[in-house]
Design a binder for this molecule. Structure first.
Ligand code: GLA
Length: 358
């Protein structure tokens, strides 16, 4: 590919082009990132587990490696995802032998927010403040705790109701007045889940809490429903929010899945699905590229509300999906889910995407 060709440069009038990365993948990805991307996101390094493994013990060394790369690239970081039901130490939810009170959880979130904002400061332009706090499906019987039909019944929710979400946004607003604050979630184009996400966002807005944007994860484990994608972009933008595509990938699994839900390990059809994903014929790889072309055509048509499109990884040699649903020792099943192949060569869609904005 010509040295002058750059996806991020081509899209300067549209939106940022981002990639999620890990410190250990920097040496392999450095050149590709420098050429084609102008936003980076730490895949794990800004989560609680890595930044505050024990209460009050902050460790930023790993995240700092990503910040250092961003500085070298002359860009800022899209930071992800402190308050989340996953990858958070058990200390968050306990007070000695007892469950933590809501007030204690809010204090802990506040102390953490202060520490991360002071540390990362102006190197971050946007934060996924809260991640994945809505229900995938209704609980058995139609409603959960206190009639809940919206929120994931995580430890956070069990202990504080919606209080932890509000506390997280309030604290980040206080300590990071210049960064944009996002709520981030997946399956965000499925109508029922979309309604729940809208309810969560409206609750914050009604309470006068600052939320600047919604992060549409866009992990494709099934074929995209382009009409629902457009409807979702319009719905979320209609709430007055900026939109980021935050974790885009289109895997082999997306081609093999006939349904509308992700097929998880152990569920009917999973084995066949994985076997199918194991056979990456040129036609199938072309289909992934074609899906990207269509997705980007839609993202471009909403350039007035979309500010950044981040893929969850930079190139097919390093992607979380190769391990997905697998026993640690099982052979990897390559998923080919990104814009650049295992050799870091652009897929056909990258040339088309650049052509489309000339
Ligand atoms: C979710 C999270 C990400 C990451 C991916 C899997 O989508 O938001 O932080 O953990 O799962 O890699």
């Amino acid at each position: 590919m010509s040295e002058l060709l750059s996806l991020a440069k081509a899209y300067e009038g549209y939106f940022k082009i981002g990639a999620a990365i890990s410190p250990w993948s920097i040496p392999k990805n450095r050149e590709l990132l420098m050429q084609h991307f102008n936003s980076i996101t730490p895949e794990n390094q800004m989560k609680y587990e890595l930044t505050e493994p024990e209460e009050g013990k902050f460790t930023f060394e790993e995240a700092d490696k990503i910040v250092a790369l961003a500085r070298e690239m002359g860009i800022k970081v899209r930071a992800h995802a402190p308050v989340w039901h996953s990858q958070t130490g058990p200390w968050m939810y306990k007070d000695g032998d007892k469950p933590a009170s809501p007030e204690l959880i809010y204090e802990r979130i506040d102390a953490h927010s202060k520490a991360i904002c002071e540390h990362f400061n102006d190197d971050v332009y946007a934060w996924d403040v809260v991640n994945e706090a809505t229900l995938d499906n209704l609980p058995e019987g139609g409603a959960g705790i206190n009639g809940n039909t919206i929120y994931r019944e995580s430890e956070y929710f069990k202990l504080t109701g919606t209080g932890f979400i509000e506390a997280a946004f309030r604290s980040m607003d206080k300590y990071s007045p210049n960064a944009q604050l996002f709520y981030n979630d997946y399956n965000e184009c499925q109508p029922d889940k979309r309604d729940r996400i809208v309810a969560l966002i409206r609750n914050l807005q009604l309470k006068g809490i600052r939320i600047d944007g919604f992060g549409m994860q866009q992990h494709y484990f099934m074929a995209p429903n382009y009409d629902e994608l457009k409807k979702s972009i319009e719905t979320y933008a209609g709430l007055g929010l900026r939109l980021h595509i935050t974790e885009l990938d289109v895997s082999m699994m997306a081609l093999a899945n006939p349904g509308e839900q992700r097929i998880r390990p152990g569920e009917p059809g999973f084995e066949e699905y994985m076997r199918d994903a194991m056979n990456p014929s040129p036609e199938k790889l072309q289909k992934i590229s074609d899906i990207y072309e269509k997705l980007f055509e839609i993202y471009r048509s909403y350039r007035d509300v979309i500010d950044c499109v981040t893929t969850w990884g930079a190139a097919d040699d390093i992607t979380w999906l190769d391990f997905f649903g697998q026993d640690r020792n099982a052979p990897r099943i390559k998923q080919h889910p990104l814009l650049f192949d295992e050799n870091h060569d652009p897929k056909p869609c990258v040339y088309q995407m650049i052509e489309a904005v000339k």
